[in-house]
Unconditional design. Structure first.
Length: 427
């Protein structure tokens, strides 16, 4: 993924990759063989993203204007951002994090500044998408002194500096050292204030990413066969996603007892009659993500499997109905647990039951603030986007998760993907 630092793989990447390594290279080659065998069918898939519109210069300018308005409202003089999705969001710069600092400073007035090593400047400029000053530092210089110099030159050294929440400690400490007396504060009111409220252009890209994932599911589902591993199923899903124009983010396929572990198991389990197959998959289109989970049974479902699937479907619909403008995000999670507990699940986050939050924010990152989780007081507003995934898990047996994302509107929530009809028609 272009928006994730190469130094920080996603949790689901680690889990699925670890399972493959433990299983040996045979699992990897078997997955590749499945994809090769499906090549003629893959060739028939058409790119669904050719007409997707990337974020343009006007939208980026609006983002910076919005950030500066929020800085003024909260008394912040500048915001410091390291590489990652927020840097891309505000400047277009796509860069990985390392011990050599590249960062952007967004001032309350005027153009932003990008600070980067001297020898990296030409590469950094290749993705810089807004008018900005670029200041460089040499290998024998302190990059935070360069940041401090920009703030002094702009007359901002005595004003609070907002630090984006993912900035590393050495950057925070270095700025405090080179700018003594500066008040370093959270940049959440600015960064979250911008990124949590998606524009029509952002929602359109998330919709397109979701359409790619749904099409990949429709292609993959009928090709899941007895004896397949989760790695093989995921490989088919990723191959289809790529052919359809998405950048595969994750394709987690959990079988039988592994489906009771929300992010997977290192045990290699093969598809068999009566086994649950739980898939959690997503992709990126022009920097924006999808996240969709589907669960079904290979062969005929038992009464217990069918009952739990229907309970999850009802909980997902309840969460959706609850997610209205002005409602505290935690209320959505409370509603789901209020439905589950009389059925014998929980209480709270205990198993058997729903051991994770009901949903998470989504946008350029698969997981963004804020979450649909107990105690979250942020109130829902138009433009906010969330996953809705109130799974149920029976340790040692199986789990069910249905996950579809929605965005909040003044008239109520709207799905990016419609939830499935039944356990027999999961995609």
């Amino acid at each position: 993924m272009t928006t994730r630092s190469p130094y920080r793989p996603a949790r689901r990447d680690v889990l699925t990759g670890g399972a493959a390594l433990l299983a040996g290279t045979g699992t990897v080659s078997a997955a590749a063989a499945v994809v090769r065998a499906a090549a003629p069918d893959l060739a028939a898939l058409a790119d669904l993203t050719a007409d997707a519109h990337p974020i343009d210069a006007a939208e980026r300018a609006t983002r910076l204007e919005r950030a500066q308005a929020l800085m003024r409202a909260h008394g912040i003089g500048a915001v410091l951002v390291e590489p990652g999705s927020s840097l891309i969001y505000f400047t277009g710069v796509r860069w990985g994090r390392s011990e050599r600092l590249t960062a952007a400073i967004l001032p309350v007035e005027g153009e932003p500044c990008v600070v980067t090593p001297f020898f990296e400047e030409p590469s950094v400029r290749q993705t810089l998408a807004v008018p900005a000053e670029v200041r460089v530092w040499q290998e024998d210089q302190d990059p935070l002194a360069t940041v401090a110099g920009f703030l002094r030159d702009r007359g901002l050294a005595a004003r609070p500096v907002g630090v984006e929440e993912s900035v590393r400690y050495f950057v925070y400490a270095g700025l405090a050292r080179t700018l003594p007396g500066a008040r370093l504060v959270s940049a959440n009111p600015v960064v979250r204030g911008c990124r949590m409220i998606k524009t029509a252009a952002e929602i359109a890209l998330m919709q397109r990413a979701t359409e790619v994932t749904l099409a990949a599911y429709r292609w993959t589902y009928p090709r899941v066969e007895k004896g397949m591993t989760g790695q093989q199923i995921g490989a088919l899903m990723s191959a289809a996603t790529e052919r359809l124009g998405g950048e595969p983010e994750f394709a987690l396929a959990l079988i039988g007892p592994a489906a009771a572990l929300p992010h997977g198991s290192r045990e290699v389990i093969r598809v068999a009659a009566g086994q649950v197959v739980l898939m959690d998959c997503g992709c990126t289109v022009q920097g924006y993500q999808s996240d969709v989970s589907r669960t079904w049974v290979h062969g005929s479902a038992s009464a217990e499997q069918r009952r739990m699937w229907d309970q999850v479907k009802a909980a997902q619909a309840l969460a959706f109905r609850t997610a209205r403008v002005g409602v505290a995000a935690g209320t959505v999670d409370d509603a789901v647990r209020g439905y589950y507990e009389p059925l014998g699940y929980g209480p709270g986050y205990r198993l058997p039951g729903l051991s994770h939050r009901t949903g998470h924010g989504i946008g350029m990152d698969g997981h963004e603030p804020v979450n649909l989780v107990r105690g979250e007081t942020t109130r829902l507003a138009p433009g906010m986007c969330f996953s809705d995934e109130p799974g149920l898990y029976l340790p040692g047996k199986f789990g069910v998760r249905l996950e579809d994302c929605f965005h909040v509107t003044a008239d109520g929530p709207r799905w990016f993907s419609e939830p499935p009809e039944s356990i027999e028609r999961p995609v």
